[in-house]
Write a protein that binds this ligand. Structure first.
Ligand SMILES: [Zn+2]
Length: 240
């Protein structure tokens, strides 16, 4: 019984060090948010889980209309499904980030499964001529394992500072209201342009598109600027 308790306690401690602390470090301390030297009214738009044949082209049109650049975090399997859309995203001057292959939560996979998924996803992007700089683990869960993989691949983690639950079908008005409720200064905004294929609710991106269409001009009128998602735009010194 004592041996069982010691083993269970050691396993729990290892899990805390391996998964809980790294995720909290990035997600809640916001150390990987926009670089503090950026103007206070800087916003970075990021879109996860695409490309989607229905929603992503509409989103690209909205961004082009307002001349705003964003970063798209693509799971490898989605990039393989829509190679033409991946190229279109890149051709329009947006940056492409890495979002794993299968979009499975790293907490649900052992290190070797995570490594296989990681390398398979990177290879999928490489075949399309994409060499990503930023890495957003699926579901925003970080482990020492995927941090190590990212470092070896020369990738930098980027999570978010604003998340509004737009993977649920809550409608554009609610997405917009939640954005304005959360946006303050130097935000990395995480939205989703893909539906149920990565766990979102059917039709949810319609709300995202409707909100983005209104949010961009409102933010610009309010003195915000949307910054280019270039390398070094985040506080990269935070985890050195
Ligand atoms: Zn995702």
């Amino acid at each position: 019984m004592l041996l069982f308790r010691i083993t269970a306690g050691a396993a729990a401690m290892i899990w805390v060090i391996y998964a809980i602390i790294p995720t909290c470090y990035y997600r809640y301390l916001h150390l990987n948010s926009l670089d503090p030297s950026a103007d206070e009214h800087s916003l970075l738009l990021s879109f996860d889980d695409g490309p989607d044949e229905n929603y992503t082209p509409q989103l690209l049109d909205i961004l082009a209309k307002h001349q705003v650049k964003a970063i798209f975090f693509l799971p490898g399997f989605k990039a393989e499904m829509h190679p033409d859309l991946v190229r279109k995203i890149a051709e329009q001057g947006h940056q492409i980030g890495f979002h794993g292959y299968q979009h499975r939560n790293p907490w649900s996979m052992g290190f070797f499964h995570t490594a296989r998924d990681f390398h398979r996803g990177l290879a999928a992007l490489k075949r399309l001529g994409i060499k990503p700089y930023w890495y957003r683990p699926p579901h925003g869960t970080i482990t020492l394992g995927n941090l190590l993989l990212a470092k070896k691949a020369g990738l930098r983690p980027m999570l978010w500072t604003v998340l509004v639950g737009d993977w649920r079908n809550i409608g554009g008005d609610e997405v917009l209201a939640r954005l304005w409720d959360k946006v303050s200064i130097r935000e990395v905004i995480c939205l989703h342009d893909s539906g149920e294929s990565t766990g979102g609710e059917q039709g949810a991106p319609n709300g995202t598109l409707s909100a983005v269409e209104r949010f961009i001009p409102q933010a610009l009128a309010g003195g915000y600027q949307f910054i280019e998602p270039r390398n070094g735009v985040c506080n990269e010194n935070a985890d050195k």
